[in-house]
Design a protein around this ligand. Structure first.
Ligand code: 5AD
Ligand code: SF4
Length: 481
């Protein structure tokens, strides 16, 4: 949609002609924060699961703030408790049920308290939730958050309510999220919703519905608003960001993910741009070249492999094989030599043999992941795998394979981090280190946590060059260069 070297002026010109989207300069976020501080009724919200869920909770908070609710971190003083839930593994659902028993204790003391279940588990269980958990008053799926005020009002009248309608259009593009628990430096921006991939192990297509992309200008506007309020890093979120595709209804022009990244990168050179998650089948060289072109697009890609074996990948319906994946990794290291890559890995998927498990270990070693999120397979009701394949790997075998994967990944992370000793990185300061009030913590472009002694005159949101002197498998330590 732009020629080779667009400027922020080109983007702004279109932003202004795009009438129905509030502009960044309006400081929507700030107005909202003021409103949220004043409400008489209070809500308390807890979030579980992926970053998308945390981002959704900020939309929920915004919807409630508009209705005159203010947010509280103390559930005892709240009028409304919400829990934004995850269904991805059985354990995630167990955690939610345990939290509900805790909320129940509060409700025993305060019977007028309203309890709402949001997100993926709400979508999966629908009205069954009301039967299974007596304490729950409202059940709201990921596409129904605009309906929250109506559902809460109903519950106040004593009527339990459910809205789990999945939409083909809803992107909450016009809602400015209320940043919850934010460090004031980094924020998530949701750029799309749902998922059209049918990975056989995954419940997400059922809980979050069809894939749809959000208006590109509303995304740029949100990034601009964050920058104006002092934020210095945005993470563009989607289940599969590489398939982002938005058609401008006025011009019929299509914005790809690479182009969207460029539009956001142009907001300001001091605004770092990150994104998650990339799907190996869709991640194109266009995206890699765009990352190489802009210094403020971070050199870090989360590229889940799931398994290193092609037969297992086929059963998982990942639509790529091990060779395809390796080719993608080679392209990353060729186009962005200092890029860090991380992964998601599942141990013990249906019928996985010891040799196939070994292929996954080999892939970790070969791809040199900076880190991974590692799980053993948990069968989810309704998924393709649950319907087609027997969950036949014994739990102790799954656990042993997972331990082998975790141990290897820790070794590789340490080896990768050791290569950083002596190097100097540009670090965005996020705040004080958890371990010591004498140290700052921040991240480098590769998304590695860096710890270093504080220096007067510097604080969260500032950039500083740090030379690495020692490392663990999880962090880099150093001093200001
Ligand atoms: N069992 C175990 N792990 C799963 N994931 C998704 N579904 C399952 C499941 N049924 C993992 C995948 C995905 C990550 C978000 O969670 O690795 O990338
Ligand atoms: Fe996120 Fe998937 Fe969990 Fe839903 S089920 S919260 S999409 S990780």
């Amino acid at each position: 949609m732009y020629d080779n070297n667009p400027t922020i002026e080109d983007v702004r010109k279109e932003l202004k002609s795009h009438t129905n989207i509030p502009l960044g300069e309006d400081r929507q976020g700030e107005v909202l924060e003021m409103k949220a501080g004043q409400g008489a009724k209070k809500f308390y919200i807890e979030s579980y699961g992926c970053q998308m869920n945390f981002s959704d909770s900020e939309i929920v908070a915004s919807v409630l703030a508009e209705e005159g609710f203010s947010s509280t971190r103390d559930m005892e003083e709240s009028d409304l408790i919400l829990i934004n839930t995850c269904s991805i593994r059985e354990k995630a659902e167990d955690t939610v049920r345990k939290r509900l028993t805790v909320f129940n204790k509060v409700k025993e003391r305060k019977p007028e308290l309203i309890v709402g279940v949001l997100g993926c588990m709400a979508e999966r269980l629908k009205k069954k939730f009301l039967e299974e958990e007596k304490i729950v008053d409202i059940v709201v799926g990921p596409d129904a958050y605009r309906d929250l005020p109506v559902l809460v009002a109903g519950a106040e009248e004593g009527n339990k309510g459910v809205n789990v309608f999945l939409s083909r259009e809803e992107t909450y593009a016009d809602i400015s999220p209320l940043r919850l628990g934010s460090n004031g430096v980094s924020a998530f921006i949701s750029i799309m919703r749902g998922c059209d991939n049918m990975c056989s192990f995954c419940v997400v297509p059922f809980t979050r519905g069809r894939e749809r992309s959000r208006d590109a200008f509303s995304i740029v506007s949100e990034a601009q608003d964050l920058y104006d309020r002092g934020y210095r890093e945005v993470t563009l979120l989607g289940q599969n960001v590489d398939s982002y595709k938005w058609k401008n209804p006025e011009t019929e022009e299509v914005v790809s993910f690479a182009q969207l990244m460029e539009m956001v990168a142009l907001v300001h050179p001091d605004l770092r741009v990150r994104f998650s998650t990339s799907h190996p089948k869709d991640m194109t060289d266009d995206v890699l070249h765009m990352m190489a072109k802009y210094e403020n697009i971070c050199n870090y890609i989360h590229l889940p492999v799931q398994s290193g074996n092609s037969r297992v990948l086929e059963l998982m319906n990942r639509t790529y094989d091990a060779d395809w994946y390796r080719e993608r990794v080679e392209s990353i290291y060729r186009i962005i030599p200092d890029c860090a890559i991380s992964s998601d890995i599942i141990a013990g998927f249906c019928t996985e043999t010891e040799e196939e498990h070994q292929d996954t270990l080999d892939m970790i070693e070969w791809a040199r992941y900076s880190m991974s999120y590692m799980f053993y397979y948990s069968e989810r009701p309704g998924t393709l795998a649950a319907k087609k394949y027997e969950d036949d790997i014994p739990l102790e075998v799954k656990k042993r394979r997972l331990t082998e994967i975790v141990n290897l990944q820790n070794r590789i992370s340490l080896e990768q981090n050791r290569k950083d000793i002596g190097k100097t990185f540009k670090v965005l300061i996020e705040g004080e280190s958890k371990r010591s009030d004498q140290d700052f913590k921040g991240r480098n472009s590769q998304n590695k946590m860096v710890i270093f002694p504080k220096q007067e005159g510097l604080g969260p949101g500032d950039y500083v060059d740090v030379t690495v002197t020692e490392v663990t498998s999880a962090t880099l330590k150093g001093h200001i260069a």
